[in-house]
Design a protein around this ligand. Structure first.
Ligand SMILES: Nc1nc2c(ncn2[C@@H]2O[C@H](COP(=O)(O)OP(=O)(O)OP(=O)(O)O)[C@@H](O)[C@H]2O)c(=O)[nH]1
Length: 196
């Protein structure tokens, strides 16, 4: 299952992904050039899912490269920085690209990152209302303090899985237990690739 992480530069996309796949945080994270990806296998609602997560450059000059990766993404994580209102306002610009390049059934999560910092300048209620109005997930996260990072992935995968007809839905006599918060960090494989 492919996912793509988008949003302005410096909002913490790479740190967010590294926190999820490598359980670490690097204060001196380098700007992503073009595109990068990591793999992780998770179990959500009893189903093992292999995620290929694309980390895109926030700089506009890479848009022609990065938007090519939207097409195959089942999930899109759009990150802004809670201490930088401009990155929140730019969400609509990123959503325009999503509507232009992503599949119609892609699930979107809006994420306000850097929630550990004291000078929060984006009202989380406003952001949540906006996300809910459009049927998107919403979370405030901290890649630094590992707040809600796994929750974003689990709930996004769960939402995507709910879209896909499951075997038990085709045969109502076969029942499977559903537990959206089940997360087994069972096989963690980090593969990296860079291009451009
Ligand atoms: N306090 C705090 N700082 C963070 C957090 N996440 C990222 N940062 C910092 O924000 C800066 C940018 O992080 P990156 O992950 O490189 O940002 P990016 O969105 O991938 O940037 P581009 O690759 O340029 O698009 C770095 O100095 C990080 O240390 C967070 O949750 N809390």
């Amino acid at each position: 299952m492919q996912m793509v992480i988008i949003g302005d530069r410096h909002v913490g996309k790479t740190c967010f992904l590294e926190r999820y796949t490598d359980h670490r945080f690097q204060q001196e994270s380098k700007s992503t050039v073009g595109i990068d990806f990591r793999m992780k296998t998770v179990t959500v609602a009893g189903q093992r899912v292999r995620l290929q997560i694309w980390d895109t450059a926030g700089q506009e000059r890479f848009n022609s490269i990065t938007t090519a990766y939207y097409r195959n993404a089942r999930g899109i994580i759009l990150i802004y920085d809670v201490t930088n209102p401009e990155t929140y306002l730019n969400i609509s610009k990123w959503l325009d690209l999503v509507h232009e390049y992503a599949r119609n059934d892609a699930e979107v999560a809006i994420v306000g990152n850097k929630a550990d910092l004291p000078d929060v300048q984006v009202n989380p209620l406003k952001a949540r209302n906006f996300a809910e109005k459009w049927g998107y997930l919403f979370y405030e996260t901290s890649a630094k303090e590992s707040l809600n990072v796994e929750t974003v992935f689990v709930n996004l995968v769960y939402k995507i899985l709910k879209q896909i007809p499951q075997p038990h839905e085709r045969n109502p006599r076969v029942r499977r237990r559903e537990n959206p918060v089940t997360l087994e960090d069972d096989t963690e494989q980090n593969q990296r690739s860079k291009c451009c």
